[in-house]
Design a protein around this ligand. Structure first.
Ligand code: GLY
Length: 429
């Protein structure tokens, strides 16, 4: 029997622990630092001073058989490399492979070199040169991206040159993202429908989890500011079998081969954000981790043993394993604190969790939550819960998710009421 450690504290990590705990091969799951929903919480801040060492000592002392890393920051900072140097098994890409997310300029250059479908772009390390380039662009939307990690806020869609100049001034002049914005990527704006692909990789081979679609804006109808994600559903009808085939042949396989060729084989979850138009996918971004909230809609559909897949991916040998999935659909609705993604209050008591969890086909994944000594649960972050419904069809999954949401309450709670609308509009029932 195996002992597993999950690193992180969000909805993604509660989802990972839930499905690792269900494995017949796992008998103990720990989470560092975790939230009110996760098992075996260990108060280690991996990105704090000495965090890597503390985590490795814990993994060694507790005879952890596999550590699974949730967030990008420790991956991009080399946590996997540190564990491997100590001979500790860990699922996630090395620092060199995680550069696909850590450095957007490198990632775009990598795509160009490997002929991976992606937008036109230019990279700038000087504000004056970036301004001159924007001045010469045709009128119309353009994307300005901080090249470094900016907590998911670093890509700005600019409607015109004036907005692009403002974005450059904020990133490179005022340095609102610090060093992450010292280099920027200016990209062609892509029209189409977005989707997310999560692939479990062993350095050579990729096993695909069901496709999914996130809802990044805070308000219904994709209005308001961007967030970490307000809900997701899986599978995404826009990812047809033909699209999936193109993704495999023209995006994921060349990505794995290109990284292996430079001695940085990708072992971990490769997240490819796509823009799809007329059946042709192009890469919006790579992430070096499971998507959140996407994973909250994806894992409830997996029927293969999740732990076995991660252990095999980590050791570079997915071999003949398959990622078998259920026929149906799943939908995750994020319940957030009022005011998110801007200022919000914490410490609101959450009620109705047990009732929601007891509903048929409903999962409640904790994100920004904490538990007090009496066992009461309070809000402690922007995104508080992900309520996932499953069903034979996307419509049934959406209905199940909202049945769960209805049972839960906390002061100033906000959530979108239209998660899954594109799937319904596409005719998928
Ligand atoms: N759902 C977007 C992300 O995980 O980055």
């Amino acid at each position: 029997m195996a002992r597993v450690l999950v690193v992180g504290s969000g909805g993604r990590e509660h989802t990972l622990t839930t499905f690792l705990e269900q494995s017949a091969e796992v008998d103990a799951v720990y989470t560092a630092p975790g939230n009110a929903g996760t098992p075996g919480n260990v108060p280690i801040d991996v990105m704090g001073e000495g965090g890597f060492g503390e985590l490795m000592r814990f993994a060694a002392k507790q005879h952890i058989d596999l550590t699974v890393v949730g967030p990008e920051a420790p991956l991009c900072a080399g946590l996997v490399d540190a564990f491997q140097r100590e001979g500790l098994a860990i699922f996630g890409p090395s620092r060199a492979a995680a550069a696909l997310e850590a450095d957007k300029a490198y990632a775009r250059d990598f795509m160009r070199r490997h002929g991976i479908p992606s937008p036109e772009f230019q990279v700038f390390a000087e504000l004056s040169a970036a301004r001159r380039y924007v001045d010469g662009l045709p009128v119309g939307p353009v994307v300005v991206k901080a090249a470094g990690l900016a907590a998911g806020k670093g890509a700005i869609v600019c409607e015109n040159r004036k907005q692009a100049e403002e974005a450059l001034e904020r990133m490179m002049g005022q340095r609102i993202f610090g060093a992450a914005g010292d280099t920027v990527v200016i990209e062609e704006y892509m029209e189409g429908e977005e989707a997310s692909i999560l692939a479990l990789c062993d350095g050579e081979k990729a096993l695909y989890l069901p496709s999914s679609q996130d809802h990044k804006r805070v308000l219904d109808g994709d209005q308001g500011p961007n967030t970490g994600g307000m809900g997701a559903y899986a599978p995404a009808p826009v990812v047809t079998l033909d699209v999936q085939d193109i993704v495999d042949r023209r995006i994921v396989q060349p990505t794995l081969a290109g990284l292996a060729a430079v001695g940085a084989p990708y072992r971990g979850c490769l997240y490819v954000g796509l823009m799809i138009r007329d059946g042709q996918p192009r890469v919006v971004e790579y992430n070096c981790r499971f998507g959140d909230p996407e994973i909250q809609a994806v894992l409830p559909l997996l029927r293969s043993d999740f732990f076995s897949l991660l252990r095999a991916g980590a050791s570079g040998d997915l071999g003949s394993l398959e990622a078998r999935c259920a026929e149906g659909a799943a939908c995750c609705v994020v319940m957030a604190s009022g005011g998110y993604p801007d200022k919000y209050e914490k410490g609101k008591e959450i009620r109705g969790l047990e009732v929601a969890e007891s509903l048929e086909g409903v999962y409640v994944f904790h994100a920004g939550t904490r538990r007090d000594e009496q066992g009461r649960v309070f809000t402690s972050g922007g995104r508080v819960l992900g309520v996932t419904g499953t069903g034979a069809t996307i419509r049934q999954a959406i209905e199940a998710a909202y049945r769960g949401v209805e049972k839960i309450e906390f002061e100033a709670c906000q959530f979108r009421r239209d998660i899954g609308y594109r799937a319904l509009r596409s005719g998928a029932i």
